[in-house]
Design a binder for this molecule. Structure first.
Ligand code: FES
Ligand code: FES
Length: 413
């Protein structure tokens, strides 16, 4: 994490952020400024446009840490702005929006156009606004609205304040210092490992398990840490973790494809969000180190329907608890998701969902261990009966919890 100090809509903000966090995510998820919309997340559509030191930028491809010391203005910060007010009225008068998704970014770019180009004609406006895409309106109303503001200001002899924008190019405050991103990102995992007691601490973990914690190796987009405790001795849990097929089917929504070995498993994971069902088919391999009771599972999977793919690693370490009567399972997950479903890996909601999935995994694991010495085949069959992850209730319950937290903090409880 890195601490940044920026001014957002006139208010000083100091916060710790992941070095890889984009400015749009920071504003939306940490400051609840959801007026900044995210469309393509590739710097193409312009939905996320906002002002950094007065210059329009794509906040989906601008790192929050690059804005150290900068003045950030979102659409919420333009409530009292004269030109933005004129544009809002013109957009509404000229029917320049339908769904409104592109509108915050459009207003920011339109304001910049009005300020920079007091004599702009229709063609100039179309060129100036070509970095903002709208899928609803056909642009006619948008161009007419901007043109009408320019014409009215000209007729009234109103001059726009000078644009702070001197040049085109990447924007940022220019005050952020370069940082060893990998080293910062790796710090929490290293700190956690250092806190682990006894022979299962970081120094004693399997070389394979240590390798993925080192900066610059693998570099997953999303990393998570979870832990849970089961009321069984470590030797018993370790033996269970040796049966890769059983471990895989403790994950909700996971079924086996073919017969697993103790080192290799092929699986299908079904995830359902409303009417959309994704089926990730993939394979995973495990490397275990009995001396440190740790292991690393490495795999990849692909969903043909959504054209999304993922690859990742799960490191686990088993730690004796309650004088050997229980076992704490510490899990580090790192994964990269590509394709249309990648948008879900960015949100912090994924952390809440991961926690719930870990909880479900822990419950399944306890149930399997409760069955005593059932065979691997019997356990695998039982796990396969969990037919799919229904992500919609998970997401709804996450959102509901957030609403409750928000109102509690509002009421000071
Ligand atoms: Fe940033 Fe599309 S979301 S440009
Ligand atoms: Fe719907 Fe522009 S009004 S995308």
């Amino acid at each position: 994490m890195k601490r940044i100090n920026i001014t957002v809509n006139g208010k000083a903000v100091s916060a710790s952020v992941e070095p890889r966090m984009q400015l749009a995510d920071f504003l939306r998820e940490s400051l609840n400024l959801t007026g900044t919309h995210l469309g393509c997340e590739h710097g193409v559509c312009g939905a996320c446009t906002l002002l950094v030191d007065g210059t329009p930028i794509r906040s989906c491809i601008t790192l929050a840490v690059a804005c150290e010391g900068a003045r950030v203005t979102t659409v919420e910060g333009l409530d009292e702005d004269l030109i933005a007010g004129e544009l809002r009225a013109a957009f509404s008068r000229e029917h320049a929006l339908q769904c409104g998704y592109c509108t915050p970014g459009m207003l920011i770019s339109a304001r910049d156009t009005v300020m920079r180009m007091p004599d702009a004609n229709e063609r100039d406006i179309r060129v100036a606004m070509s970095g903002n895409l709208c899928r609803c309106t056909g642009y006619v109303g948008i161009v007419r609205a901007i043109q009408s503001v320019i014409t009215e200001r000209k007729a009234k002899g109103l001059s726009s304040p000078p644009s702070p924008r001197a040049e085109f190019g990447p924007a940022g405050s220019g005050r952020a210092r370069p940082t060893a991103v990998g080293a910062v990102a790796a710090a929490p995992a290293a700190a956690r490992a250092a806190r682990r007691p006894g022979p299962a601490g970081a120094a004693d973990r399997a070389p394979e398990a240590r390798r993925v914690a080192e900066p610059g190796v693998g570099k997953p987009q999303t990393t998570l840490h979870e832990s849970f405790t089961v009321d069984y001795p470590r030797a018993k849990v370790w033996a269970f973790f040796g049966r890769l097929g059983d471990v895989a089917t403790c994950l909700p929504g996971t079924s086996l494809l073919g017969t697993p070995t103790d080192e290799h498993v092929e699986t299908r994971i079904r995830i359902k969000v409303g009417p959309i069902v994704s089926e990730f088919d993939g394979a995973a391999d495990v490397v275990r180190d009995a001396s440190s009771f740790s292991g690393v599972i490495r795999g990849s999977a692909h969903d043909a329907r959504s054209r999304s793919a993922t690859r990742g690693e799960i490191q686990y370490v088993l730690i004796e608890d309650e004088n050997g009567a229980a076992t704490r399972v510490e899990v580090d997950v790192g994964f990269t998701l590509t394709g249309p479903l990648a948008q879900f890996s960015r949100s912090s909601i994924v952390h809440d969902i991961a926690w719930r999935m870990t909880d479900a995994f822990a419950r399944n694991l306890r149930a399997r261990l409760n069955r005593g010495n059932g065979s691997a085949r019997a356990d695998s069959t039982a796990g396969a009966s969990i037919s799919e992850i229904n992500a919609a209730p998970l997401i709804l319950s996450v959102i509901w919890n957030r609403i409750k937290t928000f109102f509690r903090s509002l009421l000071g409880r």
